[in-house]
Design a protein around this ligand. Structure first.
Ligand SMILES: Nc1nc2c(ncn2[C@@H]2O[C@H](COP(=O)(O)OP(=O)(O)OP(=O)(O)O)[C@@H](O)[C@H]2O)c(=O)[nH]1
Ligand SMILES: [Mg+2]
Length: 218
């Protein structure tokens, strides 16, 4: 059996068009775990045919998928990445390296968007949430980006509860409360492939902000 140096959790909902690009760019040291949430476009089959480990999570929700991926992971270091081709898996090393070296306990990719990659409403909402989070966490963060890495055992010990779009934020707040060293590193952010689902629409952003504010209020 190959000893992968990191497992990469990829929450997936109808990303058939993006999966080939994403999985082809996976570094050789990373094992992709695609967590399918009932995709209707054959995403699970495509991911499996491209060599990814596929986990089916019947419970809907971004957090439910992300957490199922974490539970399925076995490597010491676990990374998270979207599988809509907005983030380049070739840049995973940027978040995995500081965790593997012990320089950080949680490494967050700070998205540096290409033109047209990040709608203004999503960017503003994310920036505002990052300010609130920074205040609560006591560490200056610029983004609540989905590309990130930490040690698996540490993540499990956080005992994260959110199963919706508050999951990534709960991870940051719980990590800060536990005294983790959190670091940010720049990553490219490109226009996604396929239909926008979460923050690409105003409705999706409102829903995400609602979920995240609920976590902040806890
Ligand atoms: N398993 C699972 N994955 C999801 C769910 N919602 C979104 N995803 C995936 O989570 C990742 C992030 O979702 P996106 O739709 O890219 O959200 P976003 O980046 O905020 O906004 P857009 O890219 O504009 O849609 C993608 O890989 C999606 O396929 C869900 O309910 N379950
Ligand atoms: Mg996206």
């Amino acid at each position: 059996m190959t000893n992968f140096e990191a497992d990469v959790v990829l929450p997936c909902l109808d990303e058939a068009g993006a999966l080939p690009w994403v999985l082809e760019r996976m570094p050789h040291w990373a094992r992709p775990i695609v967590v399918d949430n009932g995709s209707a476009d054959g995403s699970a089959q495509i991911a499996a045919s491209l060599g990814a480990t596929v986990v089916s999570e019947p419970r809907r929700g971004f957090g439910a998928a992300a957490h199922a991926g974490l539970l399925a992971a076995t490597a010491d270091v676990v990374a998270f990445c979207d599988c809509d081709a907005s983030l380049d898996p070739r840049q995973l090393e940027r978040v995995v390296a500081p965790v593997r070296s012990g320089a950080a306990d949680l490494a967050l990719g700070r998205r540096r968007p290409a033109r047209g990659a990040w709608p203004a409403h999503a960017r503003v909402a994310n920036g505002a949430l990052a300010v609130l989070t920074s205040r609560q966490a006591g560490v200056r963060l610029h983004d609540l980006g989905p590309l990130r890495a930490a040690r698996r055992a540490d993540l499990l010990a956080l005992d994260l509860r959110d199963r919706r779009f508050g999951y990534p934020l709960e991870m940051v707040l719980s990590a800060a409360a536990a005294g983790w060293r959190i670091t940010e590193c720049d990553v490219d952010y490109r226009p996604r492939v396929g239909k926008s689902k979460v923050t690409g629409t105003v409705r999706g952003t409102v829903r995400t902000v609602r979920d995240m504010r609920a976590v902040l209020a806890r």
